[in-house]
Structure formats: structure tokens, C-alpha cells
Design a protein around this ligand. Sequence first.
Ligand code: CTP
Length: 402
Amino acid sequence: MKNAIHQKNIVLGVCGGIAAYKSVELLRLMTKKGAGVRVMMTPHACEFVGPMTFAALSGKPVCTDLFDSRNTDASIRHIEWAQDAHAVVIAPATANLLGKYANGTADDALSTFLLAVTCPVILCPSMNSNMYLSPPVQRNLETLRRDGHTVLEPGAGELACGTSGPGRLPEPEQILDRLMACLSPKDLTGKRVLVTAGPTQEPIDPVRFISNPSSGKMGYAIARAAEYRGAEVVLVSGPSALPDPLNVKTVRIRTAKEMAEAVFAHLDETDIVIKSAAVSDYRPKEVAEHKIKKGEAETHMILEQNEDILKSIGQRKKHQFLVGFAAETQSLRDNASAKLEKKNLDMIVGNIVIQPGSGFGSDTNRVTLFYRGGTQEALEQMDKDTVAHIILDRVMERIPPK
Ligand code: CTP
């Protein structure tokens, strides 16, 4: 499958809060993922950001008023938009809007539209922390949760009003993430997925290590996609700048040894293992206690082999479906097929890591999937999120139903 909002109709409702500027970025992210987004603004929102900005970025007229004289097609917008929408996101959602929605008040375009909506609604409250924590706002949020809507907890920190506490609008990436989760099919519900990602670092001394340029992007994309689709996910990650995926148990490790420990601690309660980490094959035999000083013109270091974690899982596995990765610079088919056999895998994802748009650090990947029995499937170059979904699709096609 593609990402869950591709070609979906989303309505972005914007209220009058200082965080309204962040919704511009949210709109951009949603359209980049292929969603058709229509924007509805409260009159107060227009005081913070001009409707023209949203119109230009969405490529569609913005609704600010139920009785807009420019609405020449005589359509009843609040009903038509509600019927067409696959999901609605209100960001920022002010105390006023939450109060109106919780109590069924319809006195402007956005609050009237919301009463006609039957698709999932994600509410992103943002306001001063005392306002957010006030009993009426908390009561209204509770009502809205009970009505079946998703409420994203605001972040804590310094707010525009100078105070500090809960009330910050979550970052646009996080809102997009929850929208994806909301619209994804839940075909992995009940499945426990273990993903490894990123590089490992093998220390030489306190300030140096052996590693590789893996960013973790592929593994994190798989962990997120599995979580969106309803799986219970454990992500064992080497050093990576990426944030912990929401709703995923993320175990941060440094060395191959630590990765092995974390993986084996979770293996028994896992149904699907996807090992996308770029594990260092060797580690220095001796780790110096202090920084090694410059000495002779040439020097040597003795390396010893790390455990091949994937191979060990292949030897121990019982019911688990096991997916490995093969990072190659040549002879992809031969090398990947050999690893599939040698490590007793069910599937291996091979890629040539030195071609542009593929491999370490890139946002895209071009992979070939190799299956048991000698079949293979070459995929086009695509973003790593889409690769992640296709890997999960193929795994699910091959797992026998319970
Ligand atoms: N892997 C592992 N433990 C290791 C080395 C690799 O679990 N010590 C896993 C990787 O996570 C990946 C797969 O094995 O899923 C293949 O890794 P790769 O680096 O492509 O191959 P290697 O098996 O290390 O073989 P080579 O370096 O000879 O290509």
C-alpha cells in the first residue's frame, strides 16, 4: 500500500491561536504525501494567518464563512466538505472551539461543519497551560474523547504567552504521524513486530569508534508503518538522530553486543522480525581506557568478530517470520540469495548501497525483495515509507492466518 493519506480528502480546520502558523507547515506536509486538503478557518484564525497562504498551498479555496458571497456554485459547503472528508484535523484547536464542539454549538463555519462530520476527527489543542488545565477545558476534552475523537496531547514547554507548561501544539510531523496512524488499515493488529535499525558503534577508546553511515531511516520507517497498521512494535536502534516513533517501544543501544541482548530479550514474544540494522561485523579486541595517543607512522588494531545476530535468530526461530537486509555494492542477486539461505530467512531485502537515491542516509530506496524458493521482486526507487509498507504487505501475504 501507499501511505495512508495518499489521494485522501482531508479537511484542516484552523482556529485563532498563535500556533496557527504551524498549520501552514502541516498543510504542506499533507499535500506532499499526496492528500487533497481543504482548509476551513475561523474568523479569529484569519487574524493570525491570511487565508491566501492556505489557498495557495492547498490549491483550493479556503472556507472562512458559511455565507461567503464568492461561493457562487451555491453548494452547502459545510455539508459537502463533511461528506467528502476521509479525516478532519483541527490544529490548533482553541478552548472556544473545543467547548463548542463538545456541546454541539454551531455558530460559525467550522463548528457547524464539525457537527456534520462522520469521519475520524483529530483535535490538536493549543493554548496557555492554565487554560488547558482548567476544569471546563479538561471536561470538554473528556467529552470529546468519549465521543470517539482523537485528542493529541499538547507538548510541554515555553509558550508564546511567556508561561511554561502543557499547551504547545505538537510539531506538524507528529500531527501528520497520528493522521497516518488514524487512516491506516489495521491489518497487523495482534502481531508483535521487532525491528532493528541504524548502525552500531564499536568503541576503540573513549572518543573513537568503528561504525558506518546508516541513518536508521529505513528501520524507523518500518517501525512506524507497522505501528500505524496496528502492530505492537519494539524497535532496537543503534545511534540515530531520528526521534522515537510514537507508540513504539524503542530500545536505544550502541554496540552489536547490546543489540544482540535487546533482540534476544524480545524474540520469544515476537511474530515478525525485520533486521534492517547495519551491524558492525567486527569490534576492536581491546578497548583502551584512555584516548590512544598518536605514535608510530603506522599502527595496527586487532578486531574480533561480532555475533551474526540475524544468523543466530535464524537458527533459533520457531514461529517467527524472519526478514533480513542485504547491503551490497555488487552482485545483488547472488549475495542476497546466499544470505537468505545461510541465515535461514523467510525473505531478504537487498539493495545496492552505492547507487544514488538508495542506501545509507537517503530518504528513498531502491530494493529487490528475495523470497524463499528463488523468486524475487524488484521495486522502483521510492520513499522509504512506501518501501516499508510494501515489505509489510509481502510479509503479511506470506504469514499463514491463525
Ligand atoms: N547482521 C546481523 N549481525 C551481524 C551482521 C549482520 O544481524 N553481525 C544482519 C543485518 O542486520 C542484515 C543482514 O545481517 O539484516 C545482512 O547484513 P550485511 O551487512 O548485508 O551482511 P553480512 O551478513 O554482514 O555479510 P557481509 O558483510 O559479508 O556482506
